[in-house]
Design a protein around this ligand. Structure first.
Ligand code: NAD
Length: 281
């Protein structure tokens, strides 16, 4: 069994991005810029945005966080997005989700100019992904593909089973695997007999948000297991969706939580922002 070390790979990508940022600045005078919109007081969202801001600082990417109160109007958020769409110093715009209940998430995400949509959540970019065309790809599933590639794991011809079918994780993950010529199986809350599906996985990707959802009896010997889930134990420890200690001995490769997919997500955000700036330069 080998650990898929997302932290190590993400650090290497941060350094590459920082180097490319310097080159871009030298050649065009431009510095990539990322605008983040953060609404409300959700503690996890504040932690994630803090991590993104720090990563930008390290990579010398300019970042600005627009913090807004929980009761902000939808119109005010839309106005800020419009300002960022028109700001030549901003290459990437992301709205941290979830948003408060009175805000329509689709309307907000659709307001972001697709060429600045570094999170890849805009229907334009999602559509291009499904069609296998160039565009921004959501950072978490993109990070998974990069991690697999770094360890020489080619999904072509493999059975890739994805547990969790959200718009930001499971659905784009399925498209990426299909585009990489894997056979895909997407499971969700209404899937009957989850184990029958997971046992068929050469590559098992889990992004649900339920601790110990995947136990050793649900995993085929030699499988590659990617754990996207983030859960907090009563003791305050961060764990994934996979019962790591029991599952790991059966795997050929497995991601740890933390230190697996999480850091890759942020690395892909930096890379997407850099690519956007390079295109504009
Ligand atoms: P979500 O709540 O939007 O979607 C959860 C999905 O899991 C749904 O498709 C649902 O049908 C499915 N599901 C729920 N219970 C299930 C069950 N018992 N069996 C099978 N499927 C089930 O969540 P999300 O935003 O996609 O996030 C999923 C997890 O991934 C969370 O733990 C989140 O914190 C984590 N996450 C991690 C990163 C990262 O960078 N590592 C990024 C995004 C999300």
């Amino acid at each position: 069994m080998e650990i898929l070390d997302g932290k190590k790979l993400a650090n290497a990508i941060h350094e590459e991005v920082a180097q490319s940022v310097l080159t871009l600045k030298h050649e065009s005078g431009r510095v990539p810029g990322l605008a983040v919109i953060l609404v409300g007081e959700d503690p996890a969202s504040h932690v994630y945005v803090g991590m993104k801001r720090k990563a930008c600082e390290k990579a010398k990417i300019y970042s600005i966080v627009h913090e807004m109160p929980e009761d902000i109007s939808q119109e005010a958020i839309l106005n800020t997005i419009e300002m960022m769409n028109n700001n030549p110093n901003i290459d990437g715009i992301l709205v941290q989700v979830p948003l408060p209940a009175h805000i329509d998430q689709t309307t907000i995400l659709e307001a972001i100019a697709p060429h600045k949509d570094v999170d890849g959540f805009h229907p334009f970019n999602m559509g291009r992904l499904v069609l296998g065309l160039d565009g921004f790809v959501p950072c978490t599933p993109l990070g998974v593909m990069r991690l697999l590639a770094a360890y020489g794991i080619d999904p072509k011809g493999k059975n890739a089973v994805i547990v969790g079918a959200s718009n930001i994780v499971g659905k784009p993950m399925a498209s990426l695997f299909l585009n990489a010529h894997a056979t895909i199986d997407v499971c969700h809350i209404h899937t009957q007999n989850l184990k029958a599906h997971t046992l068929n996985a050469d590559i098992l990707v889990v992004g649900v948000g339920k601790r110990n959802l995947i136990t050793a009896d649900m995993v085929k010997e030699g499988a590659v297991v990617i754990d996207i889930g983030i859960n907090k134990t009563p003791e305050g420890k961060i764990v994934g969706d996979v019962d790591f200690d029991a599952v790991a001995p059966k795997c050929s490769y497995i991601t740890p939580v933390p230190g697996g997919v999480g850091p890759m997500t942020i690395a892909m955000l930096l890379e997407n922002t850099l690519i956007s700036a390079q295109k504009r330069a």
